[in-house]
Each structure stands twice: as C-alpha cells, then as structure tokens.
Design a protein around this ligand. Sequence first.
Ligand code: DHB
Ligand code: MG
Length: 601
Amino acid sequence: MRTSIATVSLSGPLTEKLGAAARAGFDGVEIFENDLLAAPIGPEEIRARAADLGLAIDLYQPLRDVEAVPEDVFARNLRRAEHKFRLMRRLGADTVLVCSSVSPLAPDDDALTADQLRRLAELAAEHGVKVAYEALAWGRRVNTYDHAWRIVEAADHPALGVCLDSFHILAKGSDPKGIEDIPGGKIFFLQLADAPPMAMDVLQWSRHYRCFPGQGGLDVAGLVRHVLRAGYEGPLSLEVFNDVFRQADAGRTAVDAQRSLRLLQEAVGTDAPPPPVVPAGIAFAELVTPDTEPLTALLGALGFTRTARHRGKPVELWQQGEARVLLNTAPAEGREGRGPELAAVGLESPDPSGAARRAEAMLAPVLPRRRAPGDAPLDAVAAPDGTELFFVATDTTGTEGWLADFTPLGPGGTADGGAGIRRVDHLALTQPWHRFDEAALFHRGVLGLRPQESVDVADPYGLLRSRAVTSPDGGVRIVLSVGPAPSDDRTAHAQHIALATDDLVATARRIRAAGGRLLAVPANYHEDLAARFDLTPDELETYRELGILYDRDAHGAFLHCYTETVGRVFFEVVQRAAYRGYGAANAPVRLAAQHAGRLIG
Ligand SMILES: O=C(O)c1ccc(O)c(O)c1
Ligand SMILES: [Mg+2]
C-alpha cells in the first residue's frame, strides 16, 4: 500500500522533512499548516519540490472549529476555508482534514453539524478538493469515529468523508470493529499512531507521547485490518506528535517510521518481506580497546583463556565455555581517546544470509564487509546505538564459520573449567536518549526478538528506563536501556556483558582468588534481603561478603554480582535457573554502588 507521513512527525524545516520522507521510501506526506506557513518558499515551489522527490501531498491539515457553530461564525469559517481550498489547488493537495470542533460554542445539534459540513463540502467540490472529517478524542461533542461517520452519512455529499485516526479511536477505547460498517469509499484518509500505555489526559497523551505503530501498546494492526475489510484504498499515513521525534534527526526518524509501516503491513498481510530469522545465541561480544591490558587482567580473573588470534587483524579471542569475548585493538575512527567499549556482537544465526535479507528489507543499515580476501563472509548491520551486529553461522567448525579466521593458540588454548562460566546470559546496551523506541522496534523487526515490558529504575543521578528484547527460548537476551547522560565521572551506564554460571558463589570466590575485584554492595541491602526472602544467615553472610545480589520471581531465584568498570564496560555474573528477569529490583542499589565505586578486595 502507499505510505505517507505527516510533516509534524519529523524535525526541521519543511524542505528537510520532505527530503527525509522521500529518502526513507514514503510515497506521500500530510502537510501541516504551520510547516507551510513557516516555509520560505511558496505553495507552487513546495509542490514542485515534493514532485521532484516523488512525493504526493496526500493531505493538508488541519481546519479547526469550522463546523457546529452559530451561522454568522460559520459564514466567516467558509470564507477562511475557501482561502485554504485555493491554496490547496496551488499545492496540489486534494484532501483537507477537518478536526471535530473543540469550541465551547458548539451547539448540541448533529443536524446543524451535518448541514454545515455539507455546505463546506459543496464549496470544496467547487474547488476540486475533498473534506475528510476526523473526530478528535477531545472533540467538544463529536469525539468518536462512529459519531463522525453518522454526521458524514447524514450530510451525504460526495466530497465529504471521514478521516480515521488510530490514536483517537483506540485511546478512547472505541471498538474498531464498527469501522467495517463504513463504506470504504467514504473513508477518505487513515492516520496511524501508537502510544505507550499511560493514564493521563488524552489531549496531552496525544500531543506529546504518540509513537510509531509497534512502539506503544495500542492494537494498531488490528484496527488496520478492520479498515482494510471496509474497503479502504488510500495510504497508510503516520501522524505522530512526539516530543522526542521533534528533536531527533529527521532522516533517522523517517526510517524508523517506514520500518514501523513495513512491520505493520507484514502483520496485516499487505506485504510479505523476507521472514525474520531469529538468532539462536550470542556467538561473541567484541570489545574495542586502545590496549588490551586492563581487560586481559579482568578476563583472566573471570576465568577466560586467550584461545586464538585473528589471522589478519589485531583481534584476540578469549573464551570460557560457550562465552566468547573478542578484544580488538585496531584503531577505530571516531573512537580516539576513548576507553574500552562494546562495539560489536556476533549473533548465531540458523541462516545468516536470510537474516541479512530480512535486515535489509527492514531498513537496517547494512555495513560494508570488513574482511580481507580469504576471511569468512560476514554480514553485519548497525543497530540504532551504533553496535555492529554480525550474523554468523551456528556451526562454527566449518571453513565458512567465523572461527576459521582465527588461529588457535596452542593446545592449552581450549577453554575448560575456568571460573565456571558457561555462556553469555545477556548483553546490556545503553541507547542514545532519542533512540530508545526505535531500538526496541529495530530489534523486533530486524532480528525477530520480542520486546518485554519497559521498567523504570532509579539511578542516584536520574531515571533509567530499560527494556529487554529476547528470543523465545532465551538464547539471545539484550537489555536496552536509556538513562541520564553519561559523564566522565559517572560510568554506571556503561554497557555490560552478563555471563552465566551454575554456581555463582563458587564463581565469585574463584574470581576473587584470581585477583578480580567485585562491586561492594552496602550491608543495608543484605539486611533488607533477610526481610524480603527466606534466606539462611549463612547464605546472607556469603552474599554480603561477595557482593551478591538476589531476586526471585514465580519461576525461580536469581543471583548476580558485578565486576569493576573498565572504560565503558563491566561484567555481570549471573546464576539463573528458570528466573525470567534481570534483577531490576536490585538495579537502584547496583547503580548507586557503581557510582560509589567501592570494590571488594
Ligand atoms: O492535536 C491536534 O490538534 C490534532 C490535529 C490534527 C489531527 O489529525 C490530530 O489527530 C490531532
Ligand atoms: Mg489525526
């Protein structure tokens, strides 16, 4: 189907918005009146620019408080409307949006409203344009789609139809099934927006928190199915008022928006992109670091062994069980002067090239293959936070496997035992503040991971939001978070690699014995644990001594502890049986402890 986006959804001046929409693959735009009023170029030139970019101007909006007014006011409104109809002809826009009146003057009279809308439509028809009537959720009298349709039906003019907006319909809790009773040809326009679940005034919710379909909690796809069954043939148009998108880069927002519509179209069956290939596990986590020193000491204490070296690049493989960490000391552009950070993740994929095809169809930036002749082919894309995601074959033993690019370091190189670490449990990646919603949608759409609930965690210097995205069997777990801007002395929001052990107490003791330093947790925390959980004094004493945090859910217990932070990276070691979470209840204490920076040992 054709896709369109309202200019209000993108930042910047009108011409930049048009460029961003076109580059992201949109077919059209809704032009907001303010964007036109503020543009330094006239309607004819806007029309020409849009046409050059291959964009139609699908809607001009909005006309406000036109209808349901005393007759003298309506006469003035018609004059104002006629002015806009002439403007629309110059702009090449054939549909105008009329929002239901919010005026306190609006008399409680559907017949009057219908009569005035019919006269407005007659005037519009004389100018060759159409009127789409939209019920705002906070409209004075008309605030549901079915009420708007009853009025349009009564007005009975070919140049008058309804505009459906998923936000207004779903935010009010209306049943969208009734949309099927509206003849498709009378649905002149469809605006789509999602929103996170929030108990707040609907106008504020709409003006500040709308997001792209799939980023919130409304069943936008369900609504679209009803609209399609009604026979609607117009564009799917995104109309998102959002405080963050107003500031973010328009080009990125437009791609995020287009990705959301591709997923929506996949869900409703109007498009069939290559299917998602869900990664099976984390093959490796790659840390870039100016020098290996602080990390090799830490990895050694954690029980890792340097097992191999890349044949052509300054990259070492450190391994323990199925956990693999790459240390890359190649100087990287843009990273000068920065300490160690997590730069890339290898995702084990049952079908790496299928995963790459999916990624491309979902508009993930495909990275040039950084490989020397003879290296294994590696497909990679950039996640919204810049992390490079490599799709690697699950079978690492073959000559095509990524491990084939590494030379084993002697017989002692096979990692065994160590500190009891078996694999990577999860990765925690901090997101730029304006890319959090984009990141969740990206991981769902591109990788087929499932976003879990978003949780808010108190940090001593701000609030941290975090949301896990996981594969169905838990083989891949990535925790996306966004928090207060990091500064040099506040490294708590560094990314981290969580490693799984079956016996955290034994692993923590082994780490300490090997000279590793663990994060000290205040005694107050362990006193509180005694009140919350049925733990023996011995267990509590052990946890206190080793800085172990504890949580439990309906499925089982969770024990975890943290290493010191090196550059922007630290490690967590976790023991989970069937526990499903990430110890969010303990996160405020952990973050405060990281700010305090006290270590055991
Ligand atoms: O918030 C508003 O005023 C407004 C305007 C136009 C729309 O299409 C809409 O859904 C909301
Ligand atoms: Mg709308």
